[in-house]
Write a protein that binds this ligand. Structure first.
Ligand SMILES: Cc1cc2nc3c(=O)[nH]c(=O)nc-3n(C[C@H](O)[C@H](O)[C@H](O)COP(=O)(O)O)c2cc1C
Length: 401
């Protein structure tokens, strides 16, 4: 039975943008272009397949707006050419050509080694972290603004600020990782200040062009963002003038905790839970989102796996859009299959995270590629991948070594 009448397949808006349906491909890292800062045919094909598959909006994998020599040349003025991905505009070109209504947003982060809002050790090293000065923060804001205005000219439909999963922006938002006593730390308004400054300065350059954000609804860390503090945080983020908020969760640090404490198996990546076969294990950030009272659209990510359940969630009205990552690695044409009523109401993705295994091992071997579904294409390797995922946590997260 076709599902044309489903709310999931009805158009909606994010700010000035009309979206053809409620399904979003959530950000999925493209290591090959990040490593080489150059677009590859392999990556372009991934975006083409996802656009053909009927998703309404695609968020790219994140890339850092900070140039490699960002902190070494304090006086140097920053230019987009320092971080430009040559051929990046091929992504909006292919998406718009393949599926004219489909939208594509560029995800922007501020990753940079050895620095942070406070000297809270990285989960991967015992080295101390240099605390960013107000001048450094001012320059980070400038970098975002420069990149946002250039990305607009590359043909993208908007940007998403990556402020989840323990990256730089998320470390400002979280009271666990932000212990500053200046006006960038302490109160929720201060922790959100960097976002407010980025959005306000970007608005002067790009007007009402869409700026979205992805935040953590929970860090799974004592003293971090949690269900209780999320509503005030999300309301403050909304006041910054973003057009939509995607709610995710988890930081690398949380992997020092046990499965019993976390309520999920501690494997990379903590935002991508494994073992979510049962319906009550799916859409695992929904209880957090249900606590929010926002005017901007809320995007729900994490374990969304069954079209009937997702339809019910969207009809309830709190969630405007549903984001999918691993299911679209496994089945890029899933939205079309669901719409046409072919096969089951679920997905082929078993949420085993073996896609991450391939991604990381390719990267370690110096051959960064794109995320692939190991379960579907090479089932014999899933066991090896599972072993590797568990070992990765004990070998790489400092508190576990
Ligand atoms: C291979 C892979 C790459 C990812 N890359 C990113 C990324 O670049 N930025 C981001 O915000 N999240 C990233 N994520 C997290 C996903 O966007 C998503 O939040 C998470 O996987 C949960 O959704 P799912 O259950 O639909 O997979 C990635 C996840 C996977 C598995």
């Amino acid at each position: 039975m076709r599902r044309d009448s489903y709310a999931l397949f009805s158009p909606t808006r994010i700010g000035t943008l009309t979206l053809p349906n409620r399904l979003v491909r959530s950000a999925t890292w493209d290591p090959s272009i990040l490593k080489q800062r150059s677009m590859t045919d392999e990556v372009v094909q991934v975006y083409q397949r996802v656009a053909e598959g009927g998703v309404g909006t695609i968020v790219t994998g994140d890339f850092s707006v900070l140039p490699e020599d960002f902190l070494d040349h304090a006086e140097r003025s920053f230019s987009y050419d320092d971080v430009r991905i040559s051929g990046y505009s091929r992504l909006p070109e292919v998406v718009h050509r393949t599926a004219p209504g489909c939208r594509i947003l560029s995800q922007l982060s501020a990753e940079y080694p050895g620095v942070g809002p406070s000297d809270i050790p990285s989960p991967f090293t015992t080295d101390s972290i240099r605390t960013l000065s107000s001048e450094d923060i001012r320059r980070i804001v400038e970098c975002f603004v420069e990149v946002i205005s250039c990305i607009r000219h590359e043909g993208f439909d908007g940007v998403q600020l990556h402020a989840a999963h323990g990256g730089m922006l998320s470390r400002f938002l979280s009271p666990y990782s932000n212990r500053r006593d200046d006006h960038y730390g302490g109160s929720v308004g201060n922790r959100v200040r960097i976002i407010r400054e980025i959005v306000a300065a970007a608005r002067e350059r790009v007007g009402d062009w869409p700026i979205l954000i992805k935040i953590n609804g929970t860090d799974y860390l004592e003293g971090g963002i949690d269900a209780g503090s999320l509503p005030a945080l999300a309301a403050e983020v909304e006041r910054c003038g973003v057009d939509a908020i995607e709610v995710s969760g988890g930081m690398w640090e949380c992997l020092v905790r046990s499965e019993a404490e976390l309520g999920f198996r501690p494997v990379p990546a903590p935002e991508s839970h494994t073992r979510i076969a049962r319906p009550d294990q799916q859409s695992y950030f929904l209880p957090l989102v249900q606590r929010l009272n926002l005017r901007v659209p809320i995007i729900l990510v994490g374990g969304n796996r069954d079209v009937e359940r997702l339809e019910e969630i969207v009809r309830q009205g709190k969630v405007a859009l549903i984001s999918l990552c691993r299911p679209l690695i496994s089945e890029p044409d899933l939205p079309r299959r669901w719409l046409e009523g072919r096969g089951s109401s679920g997905t082929d993705c078993i949420s085993c995270n073996s896609c991450l295994y391939d991604m990381y091992t390719d990267l370690e071997a110096g051959q960064p590629g794109v995320a692939r579904c190991v379960y579907k294409h090479d089932r014999a390797r899933v066991k090896t991948a599972q072993r590797w995922l568990s070992q990765w946590v004990s070998q790489n997260v400092v508190g576990n070594r």
